[in-house]
Design a protein around this ligand. Structure first.
Ligand code: HEM
Length: 505
């Protein structure tokens, strides 16, 4: 009996082992070099323990192979992935060979039945559907429309500095949680600019909007489990779809959207003069043109709402971190801001034309990029050269990983890469030049380039102008001193959080 049991167990273990390793020769068969994968976790050794951010695992591989090849074959658990280690090839993937790498890998895991809202975001849409949706959404984010909501931005900036003054009076020894403060700012801004409603984020009794946004990003374990499962058994991704937007969050925003639409229609019917050409106004016009119901209207507006909260708050918080750590840069920025301030604000055109402010923002995105890597899908097979290795064909369906962060902290492109040096972006067209070399794509590039860039940068710059013109930013000792990323957060975040001591100027 014991012998039979042992034999069966060994057989089962042996079979499982065979299943796990059988496609580890995928890249060798295709003549693509690369590091040896480990059992279960492939080339992401911290996949299960999550003790280290995945981008550092990719950075180790990048540094090992970048001088020898353009791309190497790796495995996410058992799933083969092509890792791009040459920025010129990265740019081909995003720009010149866009038609071969048209879609984002995530599109495989989402459908309308499992996640109606995320499935309707341009980021997950594919083919013609993506093209049409992008064309629909883009005119909603013109400079003119962002300028229209600039008074709202300034109102929220004022609320932000009043809130900071209150925190200074309360005097917590831990200082101010920069991410929380930034999320209060962006949730108030975005809700007002997009829906014309207040989230009351800075009050003692905020509406549930803030907590629903936090719910949205506080679910990494289920999502990580899903990704581990589908990369271990790739064919499962055809059967199981993931829900990124929890049902209760979806329901909450559907209702909120319904109320916002109702209120706006009542305003339009009541006051003939009511005019606010904001995002809601744009979406309502689009809704009429396309005959959309409330749920579909919500799917469109969620692009403006959800994509903006967390990404923008993350960049704002890390920009304050960098300025707090660099007193000289902070002072230079303050001088630039104060020389253009009129009655406490900077006019909209000037806000977008302050070189040092812009350089500080770009340098923050380089060091702490929300878009730290992109997983693209090969949509049309293509042959590519591979420096010291033979040419090879990237087959349709292959996942192509572009690790932007690795290029952005490579000393060959950015000397002393971990230090904050806004001067890197002070040369005319510096950001464009870096982008064209493929080494700075924190905003993406090509036809899928980040759609909300002007909206997000205007908000971040306005908040920085408000804070730097009124407060001195210092770092509370609770904040770590290096740039290590939190391994379990969706977006790049300094491990342990950012804690600020703000002093009135
Ligand atoms: C500082 C804040 C933000 C950062 C750093 C950021 C970054 C990015 C990046 C790196 C991409 C991928 C681009 C690519 O695949 O080439 C992207 C896509 C996208 N972003 Fe953002 N984003 C930010 C804010 C926003 C805001 C405020 C909105 C909407 C109002 C937005 C809407 C989108 C959409 C819809 C896409 C998908 C575009 C497509 O696939 O066609 N983003 N973003």
């Amino acid at each position: 009996m014991v012998v039979i049991t042992l034999t069966l167990v060994s057989l089962a273990v042996g079979m499982l082992y065979a299943v796990f390793i059988w496609n580890y020769d995928h890249w060798r068969k295709r003549g693509v070099p690369g590091p040896k994968p480990k059992l279960f976790c492939g080339n992401y050794p911290h996949m299960f323990t999550m003790k280290r951010h995945a981008i550092y695992d990719l950075n180790d591989i990048y540094r090992q192979y970048k001088n020898k090849y353009d791309a190497v074959g790796i495995f996410g658990s058992r799933a083969p992935q092509l890792l791009v280690v040459n920025p010129e090839l990265a740019r081909r993937v995003f720009v010149s060979n866009f038609k071969n790498f048209h879609d984002n890998e995530i599109s495989k895991n989402i459908d309308e039945k499992s996640d109606f809202i995320f499935a309707n975001n341009p980021f997950t849409l594919t083919g013609e559907k993506w093209k049409n949706r992008r064309a629909d959404v883009t005119p909603g984010l013109t400079m003119g429309r962002i300028k229209t909501v600039y008074p709202v931005t300034n109102k929220v900036c004022h609320q932000l500095s009043e809130w900071v003054e209150k925190q200074i009076r309360l005097g917590s020894p831990e200082g101010i949680d920069a991410k929380h403060m930034s999320l209060c700012f962006t949730s108030e801004m975005v809700t007002d600019c997009v829906l014309g409603l207040s989230a009351e984020s800075f009050s003692d009794k905020p509406t549930p909007i803030m907590s629903k946004i936090k719910d949205l990003f506080n679910q990494p374990w289920t999502i990580v489990f899903f990704f581990v499962l589908t990369s271990t058994f790739p064919s499962l991704s055809h059967l199981i779809k993931v829900r990124f937007i929890p049902l209760q969050v979806e329901r909450f925003f559907v209702d909120l959207m319904g109320s916002a639409v109702k209120a706006r229609r009542a305003q339009l019917a009541g006051e003939k003069q009511f005019e606010r050409s904001d995002f809601l106004d744009y979406i309502l016009q689009l809704g009429q043109k396309r005959n959309l119901d409330n749920r579909q209207l919500l799917a469109y507006s969620m692009t403006f709402l959800l994509d903006g909260f967390e990404t923008t708050a993350t960049v704002l918080a890390h920009m304050l971190l960098n300025l707090g750590r660099n007193a000289r840069a902070q002072e230079l920025l303050r001088q630039e801001i104060l020389s253009h301030l009129e009655n406490g604000i900077i006019n909209f055109e000037k806000l977008n034309d302050l070189p040092y402010l812009d350089a500080c923002l770009q340098e923050t995105i380089r060091l702490f990029p929300p878009g730290f890597m992109s997983n693209k899908l090969c949509t049309e097979s293509i042959e590519i050269p591979n420096k010291d290795g033979p040419n090879f064909v990237v087959e349709k369906g292959t996942t192509v990983v572009v690790p932007h962060y690795c290029f952005m902290v490579d000393e060959d492109f950015f000397p002393d890469p971990q230090s904050f040096q806004p001067e890197r972006f002070m040369e005319p067209d510096a950001a464009k030049t870096f982008r064209e070399k493929g080494v700075f794509m924190g905003f993406g590039d090509g036809p899928r380039v980040w759609i909300g860039m002007r909206f997000a940068t205007a908000q971040i710059k306005a908040a920085i102008v408000e804070l730097i013109s009124k407060f001195i930013v210092k770092i509370n000792p609770k904040t770590r001193q290096d740039n290590e990323f939190d391994p379990v957060q969706f977006l790049i975040t300094l491990r342990g959080g950012i804690w600020l001591d703000l002093e009135k100027l």
